[in-house]
Design a protein around this ligand. Structure first.
Ligand code: PEP
Ligand code: MG
Length: 898
């Protein structure tokens, strides 16, 4: 028969799934011989059975009764014994800590008789009645469903009647009266009497705790923390010990090290003459733990020793709750403590130094997400302003600047040394100069893979996008917040890209020492504990990882920075920026050219400019692979906005003037090229196949750059990547052209130039026909942005702001698939493509260059899928290095830091 109850002497820390975190750790402490009040745990399985069936599994209460008898025998007291009652606490405890989200009921076992017994044995009548009224209140609300405010009102009325300011001034007689009032409230509200049978109190309390697993608070918390809904909670039934029996008693919480910084030394708070709940509730001021040393040196010494035992045993920072009952120390809870990112790194390094953990365990206990947090300047969280608006936290960090509403203004003000926040409805490649000039980018539309988000992350720039509560009026140069606040150009704002919040005014910033260290590259020196700890974790990750880490970088400056951050090449150089700025005129000419000669002229003018770009990037990445992607976006992105053109022409006509002929020509071209779904239209490889000379020009520019670098004694390793391929024949056509052009370049320059040609895998059809595609591809790179877009049928520029919050709320997925790779769908396509691609070509190099390449969870997936490298924005390179290292460890052995 199934077993549902375990005594604390029977369990252990490896049973957290069954006994919950609290129960398994209480059992572990019991086994270690620490002073834990005796008790037993009802399993999560019992909870699941009760919640699933609505009834109790057979044998449950018989088992509880048996354990209760043992508890009574061991303590020499009976539950409900009138002259000396055994009292119990009933506490929830799930597999993962869910602080304060479920119910706790204390002082079970008090009734109208035993309250007198408790008064006598404790020698403290007030304490007995106070305990009883707490029980009536807790059971009344959690078990019997009475509105808590009714009890609060009764308490307030009594205090007023007695003319006292707080509970402490109520005496035993007052509290006895209050118990009667409370019991009447219960009777009036429920038609039921407060249960006088302690066994019934216990049974109902246990069921109420089980039920609280499905309470609204608990469900919300689980959703946010990604904890599964079907785990259920265990329930711990334990002998009560009292910290409120006088000045020789008290309760406290403590950490074996500082959970904020990881620094060595006991940290904690103590509250004399109080129960644990009072400490947590913060009703009275606690004193630092060091004060306990003075108040009760004996108990303090024992506490220190127990904490050392725990830290050595768990080999990690532990937090505990304890109570001192008349000089006797009791340990009520322990667990591996939560910590900040900084503390996680410092602890890993220190514990490894102390020989408690290995370097690999240290690596397992830190995270890329934590590292990212340490890299960005942060707002001083002690100081917060008024939240003006919320959006999608697209690129983390904190920035302060004056609001500006267009790129030119951003550039102008930044040139004068002003810090600015660029606010747009959404950004386009045109906004690039403004984005570069700004401290932060804020948009009212678009999600995590919108242009603003991708570009901002690439630049390590703070970005909040899709803040659709903001009404952005770029024409009037202002935006309006939901509370009606109008932000005029020049108003100072603070943007928190980690939280996705925007504040009015300047919230103070704290600088990042870790970033300063990483920016210094190989010459960087660890100046502080946390920087040293980060450096060591990265070194370990580099030593163990199998995945290489490249960067997505489009300019020599980005390439240089990526290299400093440890990038082993460029996995994606998007060439579209090479068509912007001054060069747009040439692109316009190319598009508008009526004749082959005209188009060739425009292309010929673009060629030397692109060659310069390529030379710079190859030089910055000398000796390392540089994957150049042929032009991908639809061409109309390089033409002026259709509406702007139409307005210009209409305005001219209204004035009776002749509209600019060039404008008219452009408008016609824009009209011709208009597409309803440009992301599924004429872009990627399709452009190369229909715009004569485009591929040849890009390849020639690259080939000549390679030849130049070779002639200069460099070691250029350019690779040519074709975007949006769906069929091998598309790739073959482009490949033939590439080979033809490179042969010509070799002939003319006299330097033999070859470049591997590969393809992005970013359409489901490409993944499904990867075996064929590999015949013509020397490498694959998964474009998981487009692959997610096309697999789900989600427009990457729209859906995050439009309906993802509803999808997240309703549990369709726990995290956006544009952020963390959807393993079941997109991941399956990746798996197929890897397998079939390698079946055709065993030495096929395979990487990923979508945004997921810098996402910790996705990096683990790519490791297990057998990829060769991930490529991500330069600022994510250290994060990806760390996670690639962690992915290579057998994480089954790692501590659970949740
Ligand atoms: C992708 O689709 O994942 C990709 C890297 O290309 P882009 O984001 O430029 O479309
Ligand atoms: Mg793409």
């Amino acid at each position: 028969m199934a077993r549902y109850v375990y005594d604390f002497t029977e369990g252990g820390r490896d049973m957290a799934g069954l006994l919950g975190g609290k129960g398994s750790n209480l059992a572990e402490m019991t086994r270690l011989g620490l002073p834990v009040p005796p008790g037993f745990t009802l399993t999560t399985e019992a909870c699941r059975s009760v919640l699933d069936t609505g009834g109790e599994p057979p044998g449950l209460w018989e088992e509880v009764a048996g354990h209760l008898t043992d508890l009574e025998t061991g303590s020499g007291r009976l539950l409900g014994q009138p002259d000396n009652p055994l009292l119990l606490s009933v506490r929830s405890g799930a597999r993962f800590s869910m602080p304060g989200m479920m119910e706790t009921i204390l002082d079970i076992g008090l009734d109208d008789d035993s309250v007198h017994g408790l008064a006598k044995v404790s020698g403290n009548e007030r304490f007995a009645w106070d305990s009883y009224r707490r029980l009536v209140q807790m059971l009344g609300t959690t078990v019997m469903g009475v509105d808590p405010s009714l009890f609060e009102r009764a308490l307030t009325q009594l205090k007023e009647a007695r003319g006292v300011p707080d509970d402490v001034h109520l005496d035993a007689e007052d509290l006895a009266r209050l118990v009667e009032t409370y019991k009447n409230v219960i009777h009036q509200e429920t038609g039921e009497r407060f249960p006088q049978s302690p066994v019934e109190q216990l049974r109902r309390a246990v069921l109420a705790v089980f039920a609280s697993w499905n309470g609204e608070r608990a469900r919300l918390y689980r959703r946010r923390e990604h904890i599964a809904d079907d785990l259920g909670t265990a329930v711990n039934v334990q002998r009560m010990v009292f910290g409120n029996l006088g000045s020789d008693s008290g309760s406290g919480v403590a950490f074996t090290r500082d959970p904020a910084t990881g620094a060595r030394g006991l940290y904690g708070d103590y509250l004399p003459n109080a129960q644990g709940e009072d400490v947590v509730a913060g009703i009275r001021n606690t004193v630092p733990l060091t004060e306990l040393k003075r108040l009760d040196p004996g108990a303090y010494g024992r506490l220190r020793a127990h904490m050392e035992t725990l830290e050595r045993h768990y080999r990690d920072l532990c937090d505990i709750e304890f109570t001192i009952e008349r000089g006797t120390l009791w340990m009520l809870q322990t667990r591996v403590g939560k910590r900040t990112a900084e503390a996680a790194f410092v602890l890993s390094a220190d514990l490894a130094d102390e020989g408690l953990i290995t370097a690999d365990e240290g690596l397992a206990r830190v995270s890329g997400e934590g590292l990212a947090r340490l890299m960005f300047p942060r707002f001083d969280t002690a100081v917060t302003g008024d939240v003006l608006a919320r959006g999608v936290p697209a690129s983390p960090g904190a920035a302060v600047g004056a609001a500006v509403f267009d790129s030119a203004e951003a550039v102008r003000r930044a040139a004068d040394g002003e810090r600015v926040v660029l606010i747009r409805q959404e950004t386009t490649p045109d906004d690039l100069p403004g984005m570069i000039a700004a401290q932060a980018v804020l948009t009212s539309r678009g999600g995590k893979t919108s242009h603003a988000a991708v570009v901002a992350r690439g630049m390590g720039k703070v970005c909040v996008c899709g803040a659709d509560e903001l009404t952005v009026d770029t024409g009037a140069r202002r935006c309006t917040a939901p509370d009606g606040t109008i932000v005029e150009e020049g108003t100072v704002l603070s943007v928190d890209g980690t939280a996705g919040t925007v504040y009015a005014g300047a919230v103070p910033l704290v600088d990042s020492a870790v970033m300063r260290y990483l920016e210094a590259g190989a010459g960087g020196r660890a100046t502080t504990g946390v920087v040293d700890a980060v450096a060591r974790a990265l070194a370990r990750a580099d030593a163990v990882r199998r995945l290489e880490v490249r960067a997505n970088a489009d300019t020599p400056q980005d390439a240089v920075r990526a290299r400093r951050f440890g990038a082993q090449g460029i996995g994606l150089c998007r060439t579209e920026h090479m068509f912007l700025g001054e060069r747009r005129k040439l692109v316009e000419e190319m598009i508008l050219a009526g004749t082959d000669a005209g188009r060739e002229r425009a292309l010929a003018a673009l060629l030397p400019l692109q060659r310069e770009d390529f030379t710079g990037i190859l030089e910055a990445m000398d000796g390392l692979p540089v994957t150049i992607r042929l032009l991908d976006p639809p061409l109309h992105e390089f033409l002026p906005d259709r509406a702007d053109l139409a307005v210009r022409i209409a305005t001219a006509e209204a004035r009776g003037e002749e509209p600019d002929a060039h404008d008219a020509e452009l408008l016609a071209a824009v009209g011709r090229m208009h597409e309803e779904n440009p992301m599924l239209g004429l872009r990627g490889v399709r452009l190369g196949l229909v715009v004569p000379g485009l591929v040849a020009m890009q390849v020639r520019a690259l080939g000549e750059a390679v030849a130049q670098r070779l002639a200069a004694g460099g070691a250029p390793r350019a690779e040519i990547m074709v975007p949006l391929v769906g069929d091998v024949r598309e790739l073959r056509l482009v490949r033939e052209e590439v080979e033809r052009v490179l042969a010509e370049v070799s002939d003319t320059s006299g330097v033999p130039v070859t470049c591997p040609v590969g393809t992005m895998i970013e359409l489901p059809r490409a993944a499904l026909t990867a075996g064929r595609i590999a015949e013509d591809a020397e490498f694959f790179s998964f474009g998981t942005n487009d692959l997610t877009q096309t697999t789900w049928g989600f427009s990457r520029d729209d859906v995050e702001a439009e309906f993802f919050s509803a999808y997240l709320d309703r549990g369709v997925f726990p995290v956006s698939p544009f952020e963390t790779l959807d393993r079941d769908g997109v991941g399956r396509l990746v798996g197929i493509a890897v397998e079939e691609g390698r079946a055709t070509r065993p030495d096929l190099t395979i990487g990923v260059c979508g945004e997921h390449g810098g996402d910790p969870d996705s990096v683990h997936f790519f490791h297990s899928a057998g990829l060769d490298y991930v490529s991500c924005s330069p600022f994510r390179v250290p994060v990806a290095r760390l996670e690639a290292g962690r992915a290579a460890l057998d994480l089954a052995d790692a501590g659970d830091s949740r």
